[in-house]
Ligand binder design. Sequence first.
Ligand code: UD1
Length: 425
Amino acid sequence: MDVFRIQGGARLVGEVHVTGAKNSSLKLMAVALLAPGKTIIHAVPNILDVTIMAELLRRLGCSVSYDADTETVEIEVPETIEHRADYDLVRRMRASIAVLGPLVARTGAADVALPGGDAIGSRGLDMHTAGLERMGATVANEHGYLVVHAPDGGLVGTHVYLDFPSVGATETLLMAAVTANGVTVIDNAAREPEIVDICSMLLDMGAQIDGVGTSLLTVTGVSSLQAVEHTTVADRIVAGTWAVAAAITGGDITVHNANSEHLSIALEKLVTSGAEVETISDGFRIQMNKRPTAIDVVTLPYPGFPTDLQPQFIALNSIAEGSAMVTENLFEARFRFVQELSRLGAEVRTDGHHALIRGRSQLSGAPVEATDIRAGAGLVLAGLVAEGETTVHAVEHIDRGYVAFEKQLSALGANIVRKSSPTLS
Ligand code: UD1
């Protein structure tokens, strides 16, 4: 296990290029299951989760190759695929659940290990399963597996109303509906750019979907889909993390391959905090020339403020002028990382969904532990401005969302190195 050793104090200046979105690439790989033949997906980041998804697809009968230099994955899907996603892979990556919809659609059945909770919350699957049941499937929980069977003639289109615009449930139902019999309406659907990306690949494959990018998706089932070539949408969370990196260090970073419209609220918040943001042809440039002002944040489904940028904004608030309230509405356990941030001297009090942060003029370096991808990013950002040395442990979490994070930070002027963590024998 590696650690990052950071000497705080550097101002970050330079240019970065954002990869394709992790949260889109993984799902696009699952979408490939819907069509026999060769699917090619570009801008797939070189992260462990892609390797896990590739292995899962292989177990389902596909041939998968990944070229890290070109960030391209090629998936050869056979006419007949397996329908079981084993626990050993699903437990390593919750996004494995993305195969549920395609498996039921293609094979009429799915045995997918229950992913269980994780460090950011309990993350139920009730909306995934209720939607499939509305489409005629039977769903059972057997020996730790979700066992789903479509009716004999296949899934049947219907009106599904989601209690909450869940990203995962919207994806499962979308992928199940594209080849179902008749029309499926997904009401109160999630509208994240990654969902739009999935829809755009499905449309190229021959699916019929109306209302893309809205909360009402109308899917008319087609008999079959064709394999296609697709490029993943840029990762708005990685782009947003770079934006906070500039703001927190009083830096000047130009972020290429980023869609600033996908980050409207987050960038607007940074402007309120004192940053200057300029949109350029393929991204944006962000500069901060003063101590940031504390800013309130409320996480909500897209187009609201993204929960995946919440820890980074708490880090920013921890050294800002004034106090701010951050409200987390999606993942109940996301504030766990605040305990780690406190080790750097941050003043944060949490109460249920709320965190009150009193900005300090200076944090002080200390050993901390990344508890999940975004918490890890937040801790690294705090370490960049803490006085002295911060050691971030469990960076394997960070590696799951950020390709060569420390190398990119070094190139911008940060004093950060990766070291092997000493082990006790
Ligand atoms: C995805 C993203 C994650 C992001 C989140 C919200 C991936 C791999 N992960 O997660 O990075 O933070 O969207 O933008 O794409 N819920 C239920 N029952 C369900 C489904 C969800 O209770 O059937 C709850 C979850 O526990 C959570 C909330 O709804 O509290 C949001 O979940 P959801 O939008 O589905 O997020 P994920 O798809 O898990």
